[in-house]
Design a protein around this ligand. Sequence first.
Ligand SMILES: O=c1ccn([C@H]2C[C@H](O)[C@@H](COP(=O)(O)OP(=O)(O)OP(=O)(O)O)O2)c(=O)[nH]1
Ligand SMILES: [Mg+2]
Length: 146
Amino acid sequence: MPARAHDGDAGVDLCTAVDVTIEPGERVLVGTGVALALPLGTVGLVHPRSGLAARSGLSIVNTPGTIDAGYRGEIKVCLINHDPREAIDLRRGDRIAQLVVQRVELVDFVEVDDLDETSRGTRGYGSSGGHAGLERAGAQTAEVGA
Ligand SMILES: O=c1ccn([C@H]2C[C@H](O)[C@@H](COP(=O)(O)OP(=O)(O)OP(=O)(O)O)O2)c(=O)[nH]1
Ligand SMILES: [Mg+2]
C-alpha cells in the first residue's frame, strides 16, 4: 500500500514493482503495482523524492505526472537518471516517487471575443524582472513563430 513516512506528510511513497538499472541520461517507464480510484474533483500528482534526486540524480521526466481521477490502470513512473556518470540500481520495492492528491477545479471553458484588463496584461516570462546572472549571460530561448 502507498504509505506516508510521517503523519501529515503531503506525499505517499510509491515503489518500483520491478528491478531496473538506469544508465546515465537514460529514462525508463516503471510500474508501481498500484491502481487507484481517486475521488472526482481530485488529481494525483507524481513527484520525485528529494533525497534520491540529491543523492543519485534520480528524477521523473514528466514531473509532476498527472493521475486523472478516472484512471484505473497501474500508476507508472517515467524515471530519468540525471547523473552524468553513475548508473542507478533500483530493486523491486524501492521507493521511487511520491503521490500527492489535490483538489482541482473542473472548470468549463467559454469562448469570448475579449478578455478583461489586468495590471499584468499579456506580460509574462520574466517581465517583472529577471535573474541577474541570466541577464549578464544574455541567455535566450528561441521562440517558434515569434
Ligand atoms: O506519471 C504518470 C502520468 C500519467 N499516468 C497515467 C494516469 C493518467 O491519468 C494517464 C494519462 O496521463 P496524461 O494525461 O499525463 O498523458 P497523455 O500523454 O495526455 O495521455 P492520454 O492521452 O491518455 O491522456 O496516464 C501515469 O500512470 N503516470
Ligand atoms: Mg492527457
